[in-house]
Design a protein around this ligand. Structure first.
Ligand code: GLN
Length: 544
């Protein structure tokens, strides 16, 4: 067993690049490497580089790019930041996600301010310097021992070239013993031959070398353990010692990956290359937590009714929060992703009525009219049929509309997001949004204080009358409709901004009906599940 200590406080960097193709789980390998170092007593954090030209992920379609992860400081970031936060149990700032757009915005702003007066502003050195300075600043501001930087995309992409060039320069500037490159590749098994193929890895390493980077560790994704023959071949052709070729075969849970890496001596290799002082790796409760995800018995069937279900990555934090909560009560979750549009026209035999087959219904965030009727139908069905319901953001707003229409009989109740001219705008534009014209980074974002009312289920769940949760919305509950909801026994159980904004509503005398304006999913960690998710899975696990 190996662990490490960074004697002189001089930040070291581990760069994780990707080869062969996307979707190999680079984010999990990055997080797991960082976890091993953290468990060894080092102050470590992660950064995600995204080579696309958007300034942040906020304006991207979740079906194409996956979830927009929101940080405490209101960053709309790549979903990999969620993995880093969950593995390391830390909160990252938006600076931990660096995109081409963000770099260019800074460089162009500096050019306009006259900071490069007299110079021709170029990719090398101006853009590459901006990238290096950004990374060095993160290490300094957070006083880190090690920064693990994941470079999105695949080696060979045109748009990632300036980033890889900056990383190459950084190695030259701060020294070989302060930088380490991990390259993530794939060893596929061809059905016909049945053996692990190493050629894609060989080519991908050649591509990396062509731009001046020699990887120190190869993390090879494969379905089953990398054979010694494949390892030997990769080592020879990539010019990497066999001990630095790490098999990243499928694991029963992503939280098991740090153990998988360590069992092959990953820390030893890192310690030697980065000349770290030996220390002790203390697993603490990590192994127990990892195990809780695959040794649990009994399954909860949960329907997630949303607009972007064709790509489950659109709701990746919701998925993880559910599995954290289920593991904490010894259960597994089986999720059916239901396209909300399918629930718009209910008949008795329709998909809507099949929701009876689930232990719980969850409606996550979303934007725009398409499919919103289906979410309202699901929220209403859950209320009438006494099926546990957890609504988040859009799932909160539409559950309120459904209650006003069906229980309070305000037929025209709607959200101005769906019907700008509605006579009963029960969900309406946040006042400060009215003067906003730009769409990027202008929602109500990030962490806000929430005050929980006495004698509510929310208080029983959180056992605290003050919590902080993350937000991402433009619309909110219109408090003119407060009394009509209260008259029907609905509990308005938490507010923010001195009572100005409704944050939680719940329906008493129901198995579990709880909806929040905030995004509870971003606060969940393995071993420390978010409490409203725990309340939901507990209720879902009670057989009636
Ligand atoms: N579209 C809604 C709003 O802007 C909900 C947003 C969300 O679910 N994140 O308020």
């Amino acid at each position: 067993m190996q662990s490490v200590r960074n004697q002189v406080k001089r930040p070291k960097f581990i760069f994780v690049t990707g080869g062969v193709m996307s979707g190999l789980g680079k984010g999990v390998i990055t997080s797991s490497t960082a976890k091993l170092l953290q468990l060894s007593g080092l102050k470590v954090s992660c950064v995600k580089i995204d080579p696309y030209v958007n300034c942040d992920a906020g304006t991207m379609n979740p079906i194409a790019h996956g979830e927009v992860f929101v940080t405490n400081d209101g960053g709309e970031c790549d979903m990999d930041l969620g993995n880093y936060e969950r593995f390391l149990d830390i909160a990252l700032s938006k600076d931990h996600n660096l995109t081409t757009g963000r770099v260019y915005l800074d460089v162009i702003r500096a050019e306009r301010e006259g900071k490069y007066l007299g110079q021709c502003v170029q990719i090398i050195p101006h853009v590459t310097n901006a990238i290096k300075n950004h990374l060095l600043k993160i290490a300094k501001v957070d006083n880190l021992d090690i920064v693990v930087v994941e470079c999105g995309g695949t080696v060979g992409d045109i748009e990632s070239l300036p980033f890889l060039e900056a990383l190459r320069q950084l190695e030259l500037e701060i020294g070989h013993s302060n930088t380490l490159f991990i390259h993530v590749t794939l060893a596929p098994i061809l059905d016909v031959v049945g053996e692990q193929k190493t050629k894609p890895t060989q080519h991908s390493v050649q591509e990396l070398r062509r731009i001046g980077i020699q990887p120190d560790i190869l993390a090879v994704r494969c379905r089953t353990k990398l054979t010694s023959e494949a390892r030997r071949k990769i080592s020879l052709f990539a010019s990497i010692e066999e001990g630095s070729v790490i098999s990243c075969h499928d694991a029963p849970s992503i939280y098991k990956v740090p153990e998988l890496l360590e069992s092959q001596g990953m820390l030893n290799v890192i310690t030697e290359k980065l000349t770290l002082e030996n220390g002790t790796l203390k697993w603490l409760n990590w192994k127990t937590i990892a195990k809780s995800f695959y040794t649990n018995e009994g399954t909860l069937k949960i329907a997630i009714v949303g607009k972007y279900v064709s790509l489950p990555d659109s709701y990746v934090s919701v998925y993880h929060a559910l599995s954290h909560a289920a593991a904490s009560i010894g259960r597994k979750v089986e999720i059916d992703w239901i396209e909300s549009e399918q629930l718009e026209n209910p008949t008795n035999s329709s998909r809507l009525h099949q929701l009876r087959n689930y232990d719980g219904i969850l409606a996550p965030g979303g934007f725009g009219k398409r499919g919103s009727g289906g979410i309202m139908n699901a929220a209403n069905f859950a209320r009438k049929e006494n099926i546990p319901y957890l609504g988040i953001c859009f799932g909160f707003q539409l559950a309120i509309v459904a209650v006003l229409r069906n229980l309070c009989l305000i037929e025209n109740a709607s959200s101005t997001e769906l019907d700008p001219d509605t006579k009963d705008p029960v969900i309406e534009f946040l006042p400060e949004q009215k003067s906003t014209t730009e769409l990027g980074g202008t929602m109500r974002l990030g962490s806000h204080e929430i005050n929980i009312m006495p004698k509510t289920m929310a208080l029983r769940i959180y056992r605290n009358n003050r919590i902080f949760r993350r937000h991402r919305h433009r619309y909110e509950f219109n408090q003119k409709y407060k009394d009509v909801l209260l008259s029907k026994g609905v509990a308005l159980s938490a507010f923010s901004d001195n009572g100005k904004r409704l944050e939680i509503f719940e329906i008493p005398n129901h198995k579990f009906y709880f909806a929040s304006q905030y995004h509870s999913e971003f606060s969940s960690r393995p071993g420390k599940p978010e409490k409203s998710f725990v309340g939901f899975v507990r209720a879902a696990s009670i057989k009636s």
